[in-house]
Design a protein around this ligand. Sequence first.
Ligand code: FES
Length: 109
Amino acid sequence: MTRVTFIERDGSRREVEAQPGDRLLDVAQNAGEPLEGTCEGQMACSTCHVIIDAGDFAKLPPAVEEEEDMLDLAAGATRYSRLACQIWLDGIEALTVHIPPESKNMQGR
Ligand code: FES
């Protein structure tokens, strides 16, 4: 089981439990976090962009090149940015994930 802590745009925290093998994008969406995940994991949209807590970043396997390329296009990306659709929560006890402030802009109007 993984304890995932989401840090919202307003700084509030929401803690949820994820099962082994769960994908971070699904966990976030089930928790009501505003991640669109428009391309459903095809690494073609970056609307699932999240920022992993600096202290937790090394717990994750490194991003593949396609993911890095998408992150280059994500609004507000940092060196701790990842695509939530590419993260499977296997063997991770706890993970803290920041919801990037800019991701709302991707929805357009
Ligand atoms: Fe589109 Fe992750 S859901 S890149």
